[in-house]
Design a protein around this ligand. Structure first.
Ligand SMILES: Nc1nc2c(ncn2[C@@H]2O[C@H](COP(=O)(O)OP(=O)(O)O)[C@@H](O)[C@H]2O)c(=O)[nH]1
Ligand SMILES: [Mg+2]
Length: 398
């Protein structure tokens, strides 16, 4: 991975710089590392025939409302142009969803289609269909495989099938089992694909209107697992919360960076400047906390979307939120105020890990206080925000 910085070499370099009293150099090294992590590009291609639910899926993945005039991919419209459209994630600009025209719309064979849409840039493909998969879908899948990339069959609008079947069953007073219906849809899709020559195709049944149901959580988990190591976190953090377990993994990903952020913040503070910035690098903390809030789905816009698709009032979602950092605009004043409140809390276990890291990396005494303070505060923020995220999701899951 050419220009990636491994954690080991980063820590060695920072240690060396600190050993020579070069705080600014240590800070620059960490900043470079964090910037690289934040800018890892991820390009996800969504393809399927017109009406199959591509644009809705693009919105669901980005946590954007279908009727958001600025951010949303327009849904329910027949594509008249044969162009791909890029939709950057509203909070994680390194992640881009591509709404591609269906291979049928283009009237080209799969290989030529892939060339035209520029397949090299994509990390993987989602082939989406609202019913059976067609010959076109299968040919495309095979061609993607041949090109050495991953693709996934996604069956959209599962909520609609369930609803239809439910009302049909009611009329005939038969016993309704959601599991059975899901099994039938899965069976249909799989058999169709097998007939076309796919041995054991996996099909994910999803609803873009209810991304915490059916196979949506499993789809996200699978995509994450099958990405190369250095792209996993970039993907995970940008995805909507579809399970409690996912929130824990997001927390872990954020947590693993706190020691670096704390070192950076302290290194800046070690250079004596008057005022607040002498203690911590507030600008940096605003950036980091904003990432926590967005990544954990606690921004105002994420909550709005969650409320819209779940039907739970936004006030009811906000009611379970405890952290003052959630559901609001993160400003330097807010971060400082919240930090000052944590300063009086007793040291937690987490501070111990922090002390170990200080020893490993050779944090000088001049930076120790600031490091510990930042380290503790960010851990507490992250704990509180992930608990909030879980409580919010639980409101929707019940
Ligand atoms: N109930 C339900 N409707 C959906 C779902 N996905 C898409 N739709 C609807 O199906 C229609 C076509 O969806 P759209 O995303 O525009 O498809 P595209 O043409 O492939 O981009 C729209 O009216 C969507 O609201 C879904 O998961 N559940
Ligand atoms: Mg569309």
């Amino acid at each position: 991975m050419g220009n990636r910085i491994s954690k080991k070499s980063l820590e060695d370099e920072v240690k060396e710089a600190l050993g020579k009293n070069k705080e600014a150099l240590a800070a620059a090294k960490i900043q470079e590392y964090l910037d690289k992590e934040k800018n890892i590009p991820l390009n996800i291609a969504i393809t399927g025939e017109s009406g199959s639910g591509k644009s809705s899926f693009v919105n669901a993945i980005r946590g954007v409302d279908d009727d958001d005039e600025e951010e949303a991919a327009r849904t329910g419209v027949v594509e008249t142009t044969e162009v791909s459209r890029a939709y950057p994630h509203p909070c994680f600009s390194n992640v881009t969803l591509w709404d591609l025209p269906g291979v049928g719309t283009m009237k080209f064979p799969a290989a030529k289609y892939l060339k035209l849409v520029g397949f090299e840039r994509f990390d993987f493909f989602i082939i989406i269909s609202a019913d059976r998969f067609r010959e076109n879908d299968v040919k495309l899948g095979k061609e993607i495989q041949r090109m050495g990339k991953n693709f996934y069959f996604v069956r959209s609008k599962t909520d609609q099938d369930i609803r239809n079947e439910k009302s049909r069953m009611k009329k005939s007073i038969r016993y309704f089992s959601e599991e059975k219906i899901l099994e039938q849809i899965r069976e249909n899709c799989t058999q169709g694909l097998q007939k076309q020559g796919f041995q054991c195709p996996q099909v994910f049944l999803v609803s873009s209107h209810k991304p915490h149901l059916y196979d949506f959580p499993d789809l996200l988990r699978t995509l994450e697992r099958e990405l190369p190591e250095h792209k996993k976190n970039a993907f995970l953090l940008a995805m909507p919360n579809t399970s409690l377990e996912m929130i824990d993994r997001k927390k872990k990903a954020f947590k693993s960076q706190i020691k670096y952020v704390a070192t950076l913040s302290a290194a800046v503070a070690a250079v004596p400047v008057p005022g607040l910035s002498a203690v911590v690098d507030v600008g940096l903390l605003v950036t980091v906390v904003t990432q926590y809030v967005s990544g954990l789905g606690l921004s105002i816009s994420s909550l709005k979307r969650l409320s819209n698709y779940s039907g739970v009032y936004i006030e009811d979602l906000k009611e379970v939120i405890v952290s003052p950092l959630a559901a609001t605009k993160i400003t330097p004043e807010l971060v400082l105020k919240t930090m000052s409140q944590t300063a009086i809390l007793p040291a937690l276990l987490i501070a111990e890990e922090g002390s170990k890291f200080m020893l490993i990396i050779g944090i000088p005494l001049s930076m120790a206080l600031s490091f510990t303070f930042t380290y503790k505060a960010l851990n507490l923020f992250l704990n509180d925000l992930s608990e909030d995220a879980k409580r919010v999701l639980q409101k929707v899951l019940v």
